[in-house]
Design a protein. Structure first.
Length: 296
């Protein structure tokens, strides 16, 4: 998909920057969160699917029914992730929402232990405990603060955690499949299933799918190109060239970048406890990711 001369490290850094804009773009949109999520995924699919269908016809034909089913399940998990996380941004701060949704490596470790019978080491358990403690600190900070989200932060934080759990399911479901299927066919099937689920949720909830002003359509498109193509899709590409632990730790740049953008563009100033809790969460994620890589 990308020029072989492109440094994976440079591409990853660029993708983190693109991902950091996601929460801000969602906040700027006045459309219902599930509609925002649907069009982000749909437009991303519209950009990538034609390339995939032209370049990877053989891979699509070779995709087994079992692998297709796994890809659909992965897409369902991704849809719930987007729906929960985008909605969380209506109820809590960008700093809290983006930090908590990035705890997915912690839930990947838990899921791997429960479903894949991977051993939970003492260091992994310590990392999980740190991340949970940091999340508690952030929630307490929001509840005690006088910010606009003080009364709703707990609900918003809970939605962000649901988003993290679903992101972990997305990773666990697609991990083995991604090793057998090329990037573009993989994301085409996954994004297609994801868009279908989000469309069903929007339709069931009676949300309007048309009639939005040009500004909203521009935001949907920017979300697809930025966080969609140059964010998540580049991260998936980088996983084939860099160690997963490097990618996991690098993704922690997203909460930092999103918090700084929220400060500059939304005038959201995180409180001292929110910052402290966020740092504890990030340390917990680093410890968990490294422990799983080293098996210690």
């Amino acid at each position: 998909m990308f020029d072989a001369r492109v440094s994976p490290s440079v591409a990853l850094a660029f993708s983190i920057l693109a991902l950091s804009t996601s929460a801000i773009l969602v906040r700027w949109s006045a459309a219902p969160s599930v509609v925002v999520a649907f069009y982000r995924v749909l437009f991303t699919l519209a950009i990538l699917a034609p390339v995939a269908l032209v370049r990877h016809r053989a891979e699509f034909r070779a995709l087994s029914a079992r692998d297709g089913a796994v890809a659909i399940v992965t897409g369902v998990a991704l849809a719930i992730h987007f729906a929960a996380w985008f909605e969380s941004l209506n109820w809590t701060s960008v700093a809290a929402s983006v930090t908590l949704v990035q705890t997915q490596p912690v839930f990947v470790a838990i899921g791997a232990a429960l479903l894949l019978d991977e051993r939970v080491t003492l260091r992994t358990a310590a990392g999980i405990a740190l991340a949970v403690a940091g999340a508690v600190v952030m929630s307490v900070s929001d509840l005690l603060s006088g910010s606009a989200f003080a009364g709703t932060a707990l609900y918003g934080n809970a939605l962000a955690v649901v988003g993290a759990v679903m992101a972990a399911c997305y990773v666990l479901a697609g991990r083995s499949l991604r090793q057998r299927v090329a990037l573009l066919p993989y994301v085409t099937v996954v994004y297609g299933a994801c868009a279908a689920v989000l469309l069903g949720v929007a339709f069931t909830g009676g949300e309007a799918l048309v009639g939005y002003p040009p500004r909203e359509w521009l935001l949907f498109l920017v979300m697809a190109i930025g966080p969609g193509v140059f964010g998540h899709t580049v991260v998936n590409w980088a996983l084939a060239h860099l160690e997963s632990s490097v990618v996991s730790v690098s993704l922690l740049g997203e909460p930092v970048g999103a918090t700084l953008l929220a400060l500059a563009l939304l005038a959201e100033v995180p409180g001292p406890l929110t910052v402290a809790g966020g740092v504890i969460v990030l340390v917990g994620i680093v410890v968990t990711a490294r422990a799983r890589r080293l098996g210690t």
